[in-house]
Design a protein around this ligand. Structure first.
Ligand code: NAG
Ligand code: NAG
Ligand code: NAG
Length: 267
């Protein structure tokens, strides 16, 4: 996909409340607690070398009964005019999402220390698809606050307030510096990653829009869009809105948001 100029930055206003929600993020290692030792059964494997080189093979289990179709299903592909096809998509159509609070572990420590395994993975995808779409956001975008460069110690790009966690996901409020965005920009320069980011939505009077101009100027041609809110259908459940909050309330907030950014938009 080609770079889009900042003026065409797509504003992703999600008007549909998600019905499913099946992601889990471990924000801090201390949340992982093992209380019992794993049960041991069967004979231990004889191989003791590195797991990746284990020459052992597994025996397939017997087929279920009643049995399943084991013959190949014939599909008649045609070079053109295949009936019933959907809209043509780019090779980079599918992207993925990284919770904002763990970007300092997945993307890199900061703009000078990028994670090489992440770059390698992106480079592999780019070789096949041309570019990659990555969304940085999630529950932790909702209270993410942009602070000045260098305000977080030891060259770090974000810090979590672990005494201020909220909701069943124990989401910590975040402080992040512009260096998180420089880190993303540096990644893009190397491996052509394009980004979605999120606007914090817990506080609406006024909205904290600092990420909008920062992302637009620092990411240059690489931002794809900004997501206005994360999971409003969970706001009440997680104690961020009253029980009466629904699509109507969200629509009102979108209106306030558009007024604040001075934006005209047609749905
Ligand atoms: C990134 O972290 C390293 C190691 O802590 C530090 O030397 C470097 O100055 C940091 N880079 C930035 C841009 O803060
Ligand atoms: C962390 O969150 C708590 C609870 O919301 C708040 O009282 C405290 O001021 C926060 N600390 C920082 C450093 O922001
Ligand atoms: C990464 O970003 C920093 C800050 O903008 C810059 O000084 C540095 O040259 C960049 N590094 C790479 C490898 O692009």
């Amino acid at each position: 996909m080609g770079p889009s100029p900042p003026s065409r930055l797509l504003l992703g206003l999600t008007l549909f409340f998600s019905l499913t929600h099946a992601t889990v993020t471990v924000y801090t290692p201390t949340q992982v607690v093992f209380t019992t030792a794993p049960a041991v059964s069967g004979t231990p494997a004889a191989y003791t070398g590195v797991a990746a080189y284990n020459p052992g093979t597994l025996s397939p289990p017997p087929l279920p009964s009643p049995t399943v179709l084991t013959n190949p299903i014939p599909i008649n592909l045609q070079n053109a005019g295949t009936p019933g096809l959907g809209v043509k998509q780019k090779g980079s159509f599918l992207g993925f999402s990284i919770e904002m609070s763990v970007t300092n572990q997945v993307l890199g420590k900061n703009s000078t220390l990028l994670q090489v395994p992440f770059l390698n993975l992106m480079a592999n995808i780019v070789q096949r698809a041309g570019s990659v779409m990555v969304r940085v956001g999630g529950n932790s975008q909702e209270s993410a606050h942009l602070v000045a460069m260098g305000e977080i110690l030891n060259g770090r790009v974000l810090s979590k307030n672990l005494t201020g966690v909220t909701g069943t996901t124990q989401t910590p409020p975040l402080d992040f510096t512009p260096d998180l965005l420089y880190m993303m920009r540096n990644i893009s320069e190397l491996v052509n990653v394009h980004w979605f980011l999120g606007i914090p939505w817990f506080t609406t009077t006024p909205f904290d829009l600092a990420i909008v101009p920062a992302a637009t100027s620092i990411l240059g041609p690489y931002p794809l869009g900004l997501q206005a809110r994360n999971e409003p259908d969970m706001y009440n459940l997680h104690g961020h809105r009253p029980a009466t909050y629904g699509p109507y309330g969200y629509g009102g907030e979108i209106s306030d948001f558009l007024t604040q950014v001075g934006f005209w938009c047609f749905f």
